[in-house]
Ligand binder design. Structure first.
Ligand code: APR
Length: 311
């Protein structure tokens, strides 16, 4: 029997993720959305690509959660983007309500699943989903770091004219402008980038990676990135389904690691069949630790707004 992965939200990120997972061929995919017929239409279209791409996996669309029952993994992308006249806090509270309602259904129909949160603002949404789910922390984590790192790796590979595969990097902290790319741990074919680029070059790439999401939004004019986000989600899904135990940056609920307790922040983790099997603690300099704390403080501010504005 194939594994089952549910994607909640049939928008750009959700549908592209569903397509990538279907193409892998070893998991059936269920797409859930509130818009009538939309998930059914996208699912059928994907299913009909099966003979061409050689995937026997099933893709089903639904406006409810019955079809999603007993999923191994549920990816939550449901939410709205910020519209004209909406403040960041409005977005926060609207997506908090959406992710709360979604989590309730996910827990009801798939009590043993692993949840991967994607809806923005990611760190705050993960905190909400983690608390609402009542799941242990290893089964609820968020996608941001793989994407932020992938952007950073892309820019480094372009700058040095080397294969993207040879660039390894880590990004810590929240999924925002104050994320912390770890330059000291960034290597190209095992060589620290500090050996290959000067400080100015590195800082330019760090800034571009930090603002990577905004760069895409500005170009698209409508909506936000989804090709690199869906690839990043798929890598995390694969690490869990195949128990690969990859070491990837993910947003996780910290219980004292890095001196942070009770907050969801981006850190390196080991991802396997049990979800987050280990939070990996690496030595940080005073400056890196300060930047991580700064990022954690920004997440805390959003959580305080949710506590006041939501019920
Ligand atoms: N249940 C299920 N689906 C919902 C719900 C809900 N309660 N509320 C909204 N949705 C659906 C919308 O109908 C829409 O199809 O979520 C989908 C969101 O899709 P898009 O607007 O295309 O947004 P997308 O680009 O996919 O981004 C989704 O991921 O990366 C983040 O910042 C991004 O928070 C955003 C999320």
């Amino acid at each position: 029997m194939r594994n089952k992965v549910t994607i909640v939200g049939a928008g750009n990120v959700g549908a592209t993720t569903a397509q990538r997972i279907h193409q892998l061929g070893y998991a059936d995919v269920v797409i859930v959305d509130v818009v009538e017929d939309l998930p059914q239409g996208k699912a059928l279209d994907m299913l009909e690509s099966g003979p061409v791409i050689g995937s026997d996996a099933l893709v089903t669309g639904s406006n409810g959660y019955e079809e999603s029952a007993n999923s191994d993994i549920v990816v939550i992308t449901a939410g709205i983007a910020r519209g004209p006249g909406m403040s960041r806090d409005d977005l926060l509270l609207t997506n908090m309500k959406i992710t709360s309602a979604v989590t309730e259904q996910v827990v009801k129909y798939s009590p043993n699943c692993i949840i991967i949160a994607v809806t923005n603002p990611l760190d705050a949404m993960l905190q909400n989903i983690y608390e609402k789910s009542g799941f242990p922390r290893n089964r609820v984590f968020g996608m941001a770091g793989v994407l932020d790192t992938s952007r950073f790796r892309t820019f480094i590979a372009q700058e040095l004219d080397v294969s993207v595969e040879d660039v390894q990097a880590y990004v810590l902290g929240g999924h925002g402008d104050d994320m912390v790319p770890l330059v000291r741990y960034t290597t190209v074919g095992g060589i620290p980038i500090t050996e290959l680029m000067d400080d100015d070059q590195i800082q330019k790439l760090v800034i571009r990676a930090r603002q990577g999401g905004g760069e895409i939004v500005a170009l698209l004019k409508q909506g936000s990135a989804y090709y690199a986000p869906s690839a990043s989600i798929t890598q995390m899904v694969e690490s869990v389904l195949l128990d690969k135990k990859r070491i990837l940056p993910a947003c996780a609920y910290l219980e004292g690691e890095y001196g942070i307790t009770g907050l969801c922040v981006g850190v390196p983790v080991k991802l396997g069949a049990n979800g987050v099997e280990q939070v990996i603690e690496i030595n940080l300099t005073e400056e890196e630790r300060g930047a991580l704390q700064n990022s954690a403080d920004s997440v805390k501010e959003l959580i305080d707004v949710m506590a006041k504005g939501g019920s």
